[in-house]
Write a protein of this length. Structure first.
Length: 79
């Protein structure tokens, strides 16, 4: 049952431009930490990350990344 819940998330992650580069989610756990995001976007500060982390769990999931990209808070990567 858990596999069926995670399959849509995994599919969405690979469809999201930020994950398309294949290097942002360094440990491939399906979420992005501040360190992972800053490795791709060094100019992003902790306050910006906190603003994007809508549920305040300390990581960005696919919905939060999408919302941040739509709001212009996080650039999309296409390579």
């Amino acid at each position: 049952m858990k596999l069926f819940k995670t399959l849509p998330l995994v599919a969405a992650l690979f469809a999201t431009p930020l994950w398309a580069a294949g290097q942002v989610d360094a440990n491939a756990d399906g979420v992005l930490t501040l360190e992972e995001v800053q490795a791709a976007f060094p100019e992003l500060d902790a306050d910006s990350f906190v603003a994007m982390d809508q549920n305040a769990d300390g990581v960005l999931d696919v919905d939060e990344v999408s919302a941040a990209q739509t709001a212009g808070l996080l650039p999309e990567t296409d390579s």
